[in-house]
Design a protein around this ligand. Structure first.
Ligand SMILES: NC(=O)C1=CN([C@@H]2O[C@H](COP(=O)(O)OP(=O)(O)OC[C@H]3O[C@@H](n4cnc5c(N)ncnc54)[C@H](O)[C@@H]3O)[C@@H](O)[C@H]2O)C=CC1
Ligand SMILES: O=C(CO)COP(=O)(O)O
Length: 336
């Protein structure tokens, strides 16, 4: 199958971490012209600016991939103002500070996952507060960046209230082995993408503490229950939970050793403190920042989310892993 033809001229990918680099490669594969904005100029740009020895076009977060010349890399917002579609791939907590540098009325695709702390805002709310006239779709699903960069088969969801806009984005970014389904539930998709990072920390803790496969499966099932209760309280669509952005991403991140959130959990389960782990790992584990915001949301909507609460307490250093598991199991028995 030939790549779908793009309905946008140039796609600008804003953020050059592992997800930004992968989506830049994917957008190119899907037949688009692509620009990549990186906060820090990568080594090959610095070398070119200094007229020093030619350095291969590799980005620090995914150094095994050489960027084709067709992807223009810049650290200057002025150079991405003429793009026709913007993919937002920075860490969620940086989204609000970057948006003012981008145009007001162009279409956006939110690719970061999380809830802003302490505002409790989902990314689409942050975008609409700064660019109220912009259309902003959400991309979320079970997609480890490295596999997307390799072109391995994967599927994901593009969500927007306007299904025609979602379909236009899906055609723009899909290719032979990257299949995008559309959804008209952007809030549900964002909530799932944010919450699964918190539950991935929980899965990692169980595995790091060697508490067994049964414990992990039980946690994933009860996590779905927490998310379902919150979704219902927020008048969201429960069926979104059972799709790629929900169960799909939850299962991937709670079982895939390449997940940063799961890896953070493994370290916590082995007795490493969150402060020590986060100080040594600069790559983003969004769940650590989303957990307190998710807990606040649960409080606001009056929903009991014991796993989320426990992860917050462990991240705060307020309880040991051992005591947190004891406390979860000491809760009164109840109907499923
Ligand atoms: N890596 C993955 O497999 C996937 C990641 N995501 C989401 O994409 C977002 C970005 O994640 P990654 O690219 O994996 O992170 P990363 O840790 O690989 O890279 C983060 C990048 O953002 C830059 N950065 C940090 N603070 C910044 C700021 N204030 N302003 C501008 N740039 C800043 C860093 O220099 C780095 O280049 C996260 O929300 C993550 O949940 C979503 C799907 C897959
Ligand atoms: O969102 C992801 C996979 O869908 C990436 O997960 P991590 O951020 O935990 O690595």
């Amino acid at each position: 199958m030939a790549p779908h033809s793009s309905t946008f001229g140039t796609v600008a990918v804003i953020g050059a971490g592992s997800w930004g680099v992968s989506l830049a490669l994917q957008a190119l594969r899907a037949g688009n012209r692509v620009q990549l904005w990186s906060r820090t100029p990568p080594p090959f740009m610095k070398a070119a600016n200094n007229n020093s020895v030619k350095v291969e076009r590799r980005m620090p977060r995914l150094p095994e991939f050489i960027l084709p010349e067709a992807i223009t890399v810049t650290s200057d917002f002025a150079e991405v103002q003429e793009a026709e579609l913007y993919l937002l791939t920075m860490p969620l907590q940086a989204l609000r500070s970057i948006l003012p540098h981008l145009p007001h009325e162009k279409p956006y695709v939110i690719c970061c996952k999380g809830i802003e702390n302490p505002s409790m805002d989902l990314p689409s709310k942050i975008v609409s507060s700064i660019h109220p006239k912009a259309l902003a779709a959400v991309l979320s699903g079970p997609n480890f960046a490295r596999e997307i960069a390799q072109g391995l088969p994967a599927a994901s969801v593009i969500a927007h209230h306007n299904s025609a806009f979602a379909a236009q984005i899906a055609y723009t970014l899909s290719s032979e082995f990257f299949r995008l389904y559309t959804s008209t539930d952007p809030n549900g998709v964002q909530l799932c993408g944010a919450a699964k990072n918190v539950f991935a920390i929980a899965a990692g803790i169980l595995d790091g503490a060697k508490l067994g496969d049964n414990a992990r499966a039980a946690m994933i099932s009860r996590a779905i229950n927490e998310l379902k209760a919150l979704t219902i309280a927020m008048e969201g669509r429960v069926e979104t939970l059972y799709g790629l952005a929900g169960i799909g991403d939850l299962v991937l991140t709670c079982t895939g050793p390449s997940s940063r959130n799961y890896s953070l959990g493994i370290a916590l389960g082995q007795g490493i403190t969150p402060q020590d782990y986060l100080a040594q790992h600069t790559t983003v584990a969004e769940g650590a920042y989303t957990a307190p915001a998710l807990q606040l949301m649960a409080l606001q909507y009056g929903v009991d989310m014991p796993i989320t609460q426990t992860i917050c307490a462990v991240l705060n250093g307020g309880i040991s892993v051992e005591d947190s598991i004891k406390a979860l199991f000491a809760r009164p028995l109840k109907a499923e």
